[in-house]
Each structure stands twice: as structure tokens, then as C-alpha cells.
Ligand binder design. Sequence first.
Ligand SMILES: C[S@@+](CC[C@H](N)C(=O)[O-])C[C@H]1O[C@@H](n2cnc3c(N)ncnc32)[C@H](O)[C@@H]1O
Length: 316
Amino acid sequence: MVLSLVGGVCRGCVGIADRSDGARDQCGGISDWHVRRFWHRGLRASSCPSVPAEVGSGSVAPRRYPDAVNGYYRLAPALYDETARGVPGDIEFYRDLAVASGGPVVELGVGTGRIAIPTAAAGVEVIGIDLVPEMLEVARTRAEAAGVGSTLRLVEGDMRSFTVEMPVPLVTIPFRAFLHNLEDADQLETLRACHRALQPGGRLALNVFNPDLSIARRWAGRSERHYEPFDAAGKVEVHNDFDIRPARQTVTSKLRWREGGAIHRGSLTLRYVGREEMEALLAATGFEVESLFGDCLGSPFGDHSTEMVWVARRSS
Ligand SMILES: C[S@@+](CC[C@H](N)C(=O)[O-])C[C@H]1O[C@@H](n2cnc3c(N)ncnc32)[C@H](O)[C@@H]1O
């Protein structure tokens, strides 16, 4: 399959991970959020400037990275790989959807291939798209090592503006990567790009954490220090300061970490979405919700769910 992308960076990027000690935490943020109540934000479309680039052929237009990308994913792809554990069952959940679709599958925010590699190993052709070449480089090395270098195609591109030459039956945005969209326009552009990439009746599957505003209040202004397991050398010391802006629906994790004698700084910002808001976004961009689960193990969504796992069908 030939893939061409129109890349262009408008703004914003973040990431999340669960801590290895079992205490759920954002990779830079908070993930132990379970929502009860949420406000519905009015949707309005606005333009999102993009810079055209033929990424499929290997050339990439000059682009400006949002600070969050520069500061974390670009600097610390290996740290990400060591610490990002996803949410329970997510690898199997997305892999099984991919197998059922027959492929090819587009995974947006493919990162280091945590989900894409097992999916490709199950025999499904995957097109993995990510904004950050450093993350893709790690994914490439891992894919080669896993023997799926030809089944998993890794492409630098932007989820808000990617295009595929041949529509696919499934687009996925695992592990909360959708929350990298910090503006209304970014969210809408991403969903519209997914709609364009899908065959009629094709599916979009994504998961985002289910925000709990009481936790947001508790975490506001909090600063913590912890140690992440990291390579044979031991551990990386990470300082995490949280900046919560409820009116913007954003959580920023300001990270400092010590690695190899050097101190790095980065920040990660997420814009969380509520259930009704996500439903409205999907409806506004031509999707019909097929299922909403409370986790990647298939539990029904409910008051105490920590995750929103959406499967939606392209309806028009
Ligand atoms: C939380 S990680 C998820 C990685 C992988 N899917 C996983 O499950 O481990 C989010 C990824 O999205 C990428 N990303 C952020 N903004 C993006 C954008 N606008 N377009 C494409 N990728 C983006 C980041 O570089 C990062 O690799």
C-alpha cells in the first residue's frame, strides 16, 4: 500500500504511562482518574494550518515541534519504552480488532510500537504514524528485532492531517494519544482525518482516560519525585510537577530527569475529554458509536470506570 501524508504541526503533544509499581500514573500525568460528572463543551470548528509534506517518499517538511514533543518524546524515547505500560489488556484489545478487520490498520501515535509490533506479528499489515522520529526509530529497531519489519510500516506524520492512498477498515489511537490534541480544532481535524482514511463502514477505536475532577483538584500544584526503572544502569530520577487548568481541561506534567549524568527537562500536556464531549466529537465528524467500554478488557463503561474505550463506525 502506498501511503502519502500531509504533515503539519499546529501544536501540542503529550503522553501517559502507568507506573510499573502498579500505582497508575500519567507518563507525565495522572491516569488514576475516574469520572462521575463532566461538563459538555460546545464544539466549534476552526482552521488548523498545516504544512504539506510527502512523507511516504521519505521526505519531511520542516516542522516546529510543540514543546511537549521536544521535551519528552524526542529526548526520552528509551525512557518512554521502559516506563509506558499501557492499560491492562490494550495490546490484545487492539490486536484482536485488527485481526478481525483483516487490515491494513492505521495506528496513530504509534510510538515505539508497543501495540503495533504484536499486531503485525499476528499477521496484520500495520501503518504506524507518529510525529516524533526518535520514537519511530526505536519502533523500527524493535520491529526488525521482532521480525515484522516488512509488516509494520512506520511513517512520520501528524494524526491531524494524515491521509492514506487506499482506505483502510480500521484506524486506532491507543493509549490516550488522542489527548495530545489540545484544541477543539486539533480534535476535529484528527477525527476528520480518520474518517477520510476509513472505508465505508470502517471502524475507529481509541481509548482515553476517564477524568475525575476531584482528582484534578487533589493533584493541582502537586510535586513529586520518583524513580523509574531504566536499563541495566539502574533507575532514572524523575521530578514531576503538575499544573492543572480545569478551565482549559489540561494537565501539564513538568518533568526533570537525571540520566547519564545530565539533567533533562520536558513537559507533557494532556487535554482530557468527558464522555458526552467525546460522543459529540464523534457524531460531529461522521461516526456512530458502536461500543463504549470501561477498560480494554471489555467491561461495560460505568461510574467507576477509569478508562473510556470507544469503538465507532464511519457512518457516512
Ligand atoms: C502515549 S504515546 C502512545 C504510543 C503507543 N501507541 C503506545 O500505546 O505505547 C503517544 C504517541 O503519540 C505521538 N503523537 C503525539 N502527537 C501526535 C500527532 N499530532 N500526530 C502523530 N503522533 C503524535 C507521540 O509522539 C507518542 O509517540
